[in-house]
Every structure is written in C-alpha cells, then in structure tokens.
Design a protein around this ligand. Sequence first.
Ligand code: GLY
Ligand code: MN
Ligand code: MN
Length: 438
Amino acid sequence: MHEQAAPLYPHHLATLRERADQALALGGFDHLLVAAGTPLRKFLDDQDYPFIANPHFRHWLPLDGAPGSWVAYTPGAKPKLVFVQPRDYWHVVPEAPRGYWVEHFDIVTVRSAAEAVAQLPAGSCAVIAPACPGIDGVEVNNPPAVLDYLHWYRSYKTPYELALMREASRIGTRAHRAAEAAFRAGRSEFGIHLTYLAAARQTDAELPYASIVALNEHGAVLHYTRFDRIPPHESRSFLIDAGASAAGYASDITRTYAAPHAAEFQALIDSLDAAQQGFVAKVRAGQSYPELHIHAHHVIAGVLREHGFIRMSAESAVESGVSSAFFPHGLGHPIGLQVHDVAGFQQSERGGSIARPNGHPYLRMTRVLEAGMVVTIEPGLYFIDMLLAELRNQPLAADIDWAKVDAFRQYGGIRIEDDVVCTDGAPENLTRDAFALS
Ligand code: GLY
Ligand code: MN
Ligand code: MN
C-alpha cells in the first residue's frame, strides 16, 4: 500500500518537524501535542458518529483508525506516538502500528485514552485537539499563532502528500468509470452509488465527503445526496461528484454525462469542458484565484450566449448577476487532508483573512496560487428553479431565451471538477491524469 508515497515519507516528516519547530517558537511553547480525537456520541444513544481523526494528526502519520492516540513532538527529539490499543471484544482493536512510518516514531502502546493522556509530556504545550470525550486532563488550547502557521504551510504539499493525492485520484477515477457504466446501463441513483462504493472499495464513511449522485433534474441540486431507489423512466443526464481517500488525503471529482439521445445537452457539456480545461491551464504560480473565478464567470457567460440562452453581452451578464444565476458557487477550493482544505482565505503565516470579491459569497479560495498548492477547478452551469424564478423578475429577463432555458431544466445541470497541482511550470491535473490511466 502507498508504494509510491512510502519512500517520500522521511522528507515529509522532516518538513513537518521544521514547520512545528517554527510554530512552537512563534507561540512560545516547548511541545506540540496532536490528538487523534475520540468518536462523538449520538445524543441520548449508545452509538457513535463515524470516527475521523484530527487532520493535524493525519498530517503526521497515515493512521486514521486510532481514536484516543496522540502525536507528541518536542523540537530536537524523535516524535512520539502514544498509541491506544484497548482491551475490547466488542469492537475491532486497532492493529499494532506497522509500515514505512513506524521506525520514525518512538511508540508507546497504552490501553485507553485516559492512559494515553498520562504519557504526554508536561510543560508548556501547544495542544491541537478537537472537543471530544475522554481526553480530560489535557488543557486543549489550539493556540491561534501555532494553528495559523501550520495551516498556512499545509497549503504547500510535500512530494509525499502529492503521491497520496495521486493515489486518491486513481481510486476515485476508477470508481467514476464504474459509475458512468451504471448510468449507461439505466441503474437508479442508489444503484450507481453502490457501484461507486464497490469500485472504490471504500465505505461511505471512508470517503472524504458524501457523494452526489444525481440523474436528470436532480443535477440542479448542488448537494444532492438523496439517491432515488428506483431508476427514472428515462435517464437523460447524470452528474456525479464523488471522491476517494488515500491515507487520509482526499480527491474531489465531478463529471457530467448525457444520454446518447440528449445531443443538445452533450454539446453544452462539451463547451463547459473546454472552458474548464482553459481554467485549469491558468493554475500557475502568481495567478490570483479570485481573478480566475471572475474570469470563469465571463467565459461561462460566453457559453450561455453561444448556446442561445442569453442575448446580452457576456460582460453585462456578469455585471448584472445573470451569470451567477447559472453558476452560483465558487470555482473551487484548496484540497488535501480535508476536501475543503484549510487556509483558503488566509493572508499570511500570521493569520488574517482575504475577503471574497463582492457578489461572490461562496468562493472558498481568495489567495494567489503558488507552487505546491492543490486546488479544485469546478465550474458549473445549472438550471435551478429557485434562481431562475428570481431572474425572471429582473429587467434583464427580456434578454434571456426562456423557452430554451425551460427545455434544459430536464437535465439539471453540469459540473466538471478536477484537482490540480500548481507547480513552478505547467499545472499537474491529478484527475485527468488518473482518468487517463483508469
Ligand atoms: N464535493 C464538494 C465540492 O465539490 O466542493
Ligand atoms: Mn470541490
Ligand atoms: Mn466535488
């Protein structure tokens, strides 16, 4: 497992240690303590929500099934893993640590989260931990100076992280291929979803986010996760936004397909696909991401005009907000340990926030792109009843071909999403590279 990433791990760990040294110095702390966390319990129940380890913990090592465990790091010393392996015959007990990363840690195995706490160093500690049961006795402080510094540098992926993100993309694209075949075979949303999981060999809880599997009009619901159990009378279009995980790293992939008889919708997909590839080509060091988002609005307005949905110029469609009725979300976001990764708005390693451009409330990335960042590029074009109803009351409504718009409601919408690495030269498209192999 993780064959390509494993040899890169020592460099990754050295990078994390350097970053931790700087963050601790900035915050004035002697030790960094990072909790995996413990599962959250459902209200008035004896069942837990699926456990997902703290992303800072997963940054240090590829271990996401060890609740109660901690990484403790003191500058100059080998990092320590306090590993919780309970005596328990009700649940699967986490296996003893093994693999390429183990030799780089001093590992202490204990039987409970409370025992783990007793193994942590005393003194001045930056403690990065979520609010969760069972870690009483540690003063969780999540110091902003330390977090700001670590979050800022999480934006710059190490070669190890990029190798894992390539793997997450390969798993995701393999499952996307299976899902497309299930759509073409006339399966229900639920059936396609199960096909996706089987091909990814991941459970719902292991995926980095809830899959969006939408046939026909459902493509217009941006986060459609209901899954009809019965196939529609006719499958005209299919939008799938689904990712996969590799050692805690995410892929986030969207594709939209038309049935063979829906040539008019296929033509629109082709135009948006060409536009999307143009945006991907601009993922270069020095490119402002919000400017790329605004550029995408102009290009999408041009697509709307070219296909006869609007008669006004692309400029006036963007200025008047018409393009936002068809493309009402952000162009994309940083991705890594979390599907919507940290620091998309951060101003510097000392924190601060860069505002979104006016009129674009859902953009999740306002920084200038630099080598090592990974972002999604996910333009969309939808026929959303609520937003179209608002548009109909605007003065510019006369410049819209409503019969044409209405004819496309049956397809829901289009989104095409790739995960793209900004480099010192041409961008690396993790998603398209992985599709080419799958
Ligand atoms: N699937 C969530 C997103 O695309 O941001
Ligand atoms: Mn996304
Ligand atoms: Mn997505």
